[in-house]
Design a protein around this ligand. Structure first.
Ligand code: NAP
Length: 264
């Protein structure tokens, strides 16, 4: 007998005994977009998970849970308790801990794991990038260069720059940093996306001579990289950490295709 499928390609609920239960590890624009797509897809039940770092997070469509699971074992217990069929890891490219926990928990329970990771930026002609393996190495490069530095690395690892001497920092973050800050620091609170014209103005007005950035990828925060190229400002680019070696796709619509295969 031919299998009965929904228009999205999932076995219909007449065939499956329950919708495919998906845990979506989020905290990114792509995760929010994917949550919207999945919540409109028949045959899928999605729970988005946020770490709970932001005071006013943009909540995704559908069910949402907030807060850590308690390491890989806590996540494993959650997957078992909620009868999760598939985990989608759509966390930020620099959120390495939750991704390695997801890989461990999924492997232990034989639950499929799909990673959604936006492609990283590639240096263009005119870019002057100094690629560093981690935040500590970036801080050493900042010390070597000195001057007026735009720190665009979020707010969690700013203490790496506290030892810097004779450096003035401009920090931009969504929420006020709670960690220790370098002595001579000005903080701007702003949420992206950011426009090229504004980035050019901000870099010029503050006489920035060096930028520190993660290679986040995507369009929302790319304008500072373009502005740096135009103003010939060097960028200390922190390389992406290793997350896991699981199946990785780069667009939310690719996840839908992967889920359709699992749902068959
Ligand atoms: P991380 O270092 O990989 O994770 C630290 C701990 O936070 C994890 O062990 C886990 O706690 C909890 N956690 C992280 N993401 C979670 C999620 N989606 N749902 C539930 N618990 C989560 O992560 P991070 O770099 O602190 O990032 C935290 C969140 O912010 C992530 O969801 C990420 O997508 C988002 N984000 C991060 C960055 C960045 O630059 N790192 C930038 C933008 C957005 P337990 O061990 O207790 O489960």
């Amino acid at each position: 007998m031919a299998e009965e499928l929904t228009k999205e390609g999932f076995p219909s609920e007449a065939v499956r005994t329950h919708p495919l239960r998906v845990l979506l590890l989020g905290g990114t624009a792509e995760a929010t977009e994917l949550a919207r797509m999945l919540s409109l897809t028949a045959g899928i039940s999605v729970i988005s998970s946020l770490a709970g770092r932001l005071s006013h997070p943009q909540l995704p469509d559908g069910m949402v849970r907030v807060g850590g699971f308690g390491g890989a074992s806590g996540l494993e217990a959650y997957l078992r308790g909620e009868r999760i069929d598939v985990v989608v890891d759509a966390t930020h490219p620099y959120a390495a801990k939750i991704s390695s926990n997801a890989a461990l928990a999924c492997r232990s329970l034989s639950v499929p794991l799909i990673a959604l990771e936006r492609p990283q930026w590639e240096a263009q002609v005119g870019d002057c990038w100094r690629v560093m393996p981690n935040m500590g190495a970036a801080a050493m490069e900042v010390n070597r260069e000195g001057g007026r530095v735009f720190l665009s690395v979020g707010r969690q690892e700013l203490d790496a720059f506290c030892g810097s001497q004779k450096v003035w920092f401009l920090v931009r973050a969504i929420d006020a940093p709670s960690a220790k800050l370098p002595a001579d620091t000005v903080v701007i609170l702003k949420r992206g996306p950011f426009e090229l014209e504004n980035e050019l103005q901000m870099l010029r007005e503050n006489s920035i001579n060096l930028i520190v950035s993660k290679n986040s990828g995507g369009a929302a925060t790319y304008a500072k990289i373009e502005a740096a190229r135009m103003l010939r400002i060097p960028v200390v680019m922190i390389a992406r950490p290793f997350k896991h070696s699981g199946r990785t796709v780069s667009r939310p619509c690719d996840v839908l295709q992967e889920l359709a295969l699992i749902g068959e």
